[in-house]
Design a protein around this ligand. Sequence first.
Ligand SMILES: Cc1ncc(C[n+]2csc(CCOP(=O)(O)OP(=O)(O)O)c2C)c(N)n1
Ligand SMILES: [Mg+2]
Length: 806
Amino acid sequence: MAQAKEKTTKKKFTAAQKKEILADFKLGWVSRHMSLIGRKEVLTGKAKFGIFGDGKEIPQIALAKQFQDGDFRSGYYRDQTIMLAIDHVTPQQLFAQLYAHADVEADPSSAGRQMNSHFASRLIDEEGNWVDQTKTKNTSSDISPTAGQMARLLGLAQASKVYRNEKALKGKEWKKFSNKGNEIAFGTIGDASTSEGIFWEAINAGGVLQIPMVVSVWDDGFGISVAKKYQTTKESISEVLSGFQRTEDKDGYEILTVKAWDYEALIDTYEKAAKIAREEHVPVLVHVQEVTQPQGHSTSGSHERYKDEERLKFEEEYCCLDRFRKWILDNKIATKKKLDELEQEAQDEVNEAKTAAWKAFMDPIKEEKAKVIELINKLKEESGVEKLGEYAKNLKNYPTAIRKDILSAARKSLVATAGKKSSARDELTEWVSKSREENAERYNSHLYSETPKSPLNVEEVKPEYEDKPKRVDGRMVIRENFDKLFEKHPNVLVFGEDSGKLGDVNKGLEGMQDKYGEIRVSDAGIREATILGQGIGMSIRGLRPIAEIQYLDYLLYCFQGISDDLATIRYRTKGGQAAPLIIRTRGHRLEGIWHSGSPMGMIINGARGVHLCVPRNLTEAAGFYNTLMQGDDPAIIVEPLNGYRLKENMPSNIGEFTTPLGKPEVVNEGTDITVVSYGSTFNIVESLIPQLEEVGISVELIDVRTLLPFDLDHVIGKSLRKTNRLLVVDEDVPGGASAYIMQKVLEEQDGYFNLDSEPKCLAAHDHRPAYASDGDYFSKPNAEDIFESIYGIMREADPENYPAIY
Ligand SMILES: Cc1ncc(C[n+]2csc(CCOP(=O)(O)OP(=O)(O)O)c2C)c(N)n1
Ligand SMILES: [Mg+2]
């Protein structure tokens, strides 16, 4: 443990400086009391869990002084003091989130959906329009996975660089996102979380990109109970990162270190950090050392269990607020009495905020409770069912009953009186149904866009063709379409491995960098997780990034961010933020274990909140880009890897036609069996149609086109009414996307009631696909497999007409 040196030099301060110092002192104590009282609220059962920022107050006050309108934060759950200092939250809102007050007004960060200290600005209005970000201090929405904020931080910072340097973005419409690229993205992270791979990936990428981010590491020596010696080589993140320090002739980082209890040094350090980042667009790392954690990690445990006596003593001696007090007294800025008064005022304010937040949280619930007790008692009278009295009494005697308790009592009362006729019962039934609706809005809404800009509202425009259309390689269709997109939307930019100079590995972007420049069409390092992060961050700042993941099999490297961050952003802010990022990738069959994957089930199950487009050819793919560009949701487009060199007709309305989301296409009408597929397997099924017709099987072939959303108008269910037979074909593992399709059709589309034969799925094998053509043939559904599956279903229904093959 480093020994802290005490500063004793006395200085003269102006009246204004003194005022600011005392305001900082009080703010520090408002934040500290928030932590102390907040913890008690959890321990007395009023809230479920609490995590606070005690010990980090003074560094955060210093950081906040540099936080200007237009700047962004990408941080984690220790940052309550920054948020208070930039007037982003009030103490009452902090308590509201602690209580899980499910109301945007009470908890603007998450409407009660997130644990406390997970912050977010409301960046979009109900119509889906971005607010003017240059007029506010902004924070991207926090997530709990440690270091998850680092990837997004890159994009938030990179946006400043794009706005400063891209000629296409000098127009008026972009002024609400940036003032000449002067915005800093402030990142914060705990010392232990720097052990995560994504931290290192993001740090390296930030150095390469040279973007205005200021990363603060709050080094309190622990990650829950695990001390630094198990986390960080040499137990010092600034020391091990020192090779990143920029030099006269080489770009890199500015790395600064400072002690968490040294008010003056902190102010100087952050002033310096911000100036470098803002003016020079150079990333800065501030290693804030000797940070304390007076109450331990969270309300889940006590730190005495893992901190030794020496550490506990250090934490007491180096509490940043105590040190700040001592410094104020030493410098005769205020008297002890004045400081005591300020502390008391801070405590009173926090207590008042607590009381107000609790009342605002409980009042509407109490009303609902009273209403339900009244209805249950009335129902007891009318039905004569005695046990209802008990339900009403139990509810009444439960002072902190919340909505689940109320609804539970109401529903149990309906079960106990099932079949009875009573007006009170009708009223209670109606109440339950209304309550369910309200709670669905509270807890289940805003997974996808609910604004007029939702991509689901984009009208379908079919591709048009000249009489004799040009036959071209599929990659030409997508390339011409990208050209139009860049031309039409100055905020579109694409980046990924080999996307720039080469124009992607399949040349779908050939020539685009020459035409649109290196800012809009760029190469990225091999680092999928942060390519994604660049995309998320930039899409939050009004750009329309297309993040390219070279092969679908490598999506796993960024799947954590897709699932935790991208897929949840709208949901976790209850519609307050959106990241309309398009992830471009290519997949399904090509060659071998890592270039033939089709893990659609994994994506579907891990990324609800992101649209999943699975086009069968490049024209369909191009249409998805055109649709999504008009919408405000994120999506993954899986281009078919084996389609780039197959011939397609070049549409004449390139850049204009759209492929709709959630609307399958009946590509071949038939009467005997419905075959549902997508992507590359779709093309195999289609190629079998003549062969199937030869044996007298009429196939209705449907391309689902998107797996998320899935067949919104129940096209497949309608087809089953005609054919009464179903085969789902894909190349995911068994039980993957094919099982998902089956569940949707059987449960949501009444498929069960329209089947005359056992419905079947034909998927790939459980293992990854083996290399080479035989490997493919024996790993994935092949033409014979598909033919025989269809034939088998027909034979089962009509053995005479379809004799045994084997
Ligand atoms: C990926 C992931 N693993 C584990 C956790 C559980 N967890 C929450 S906080 C934390 C420790 C973080 O320590 P540090 O980064 O030093 O931040 P501090 O809490 O000390 O400020 C852990 C392990 C998590 N949230 N995310
Ligand atoms: Mg820590």
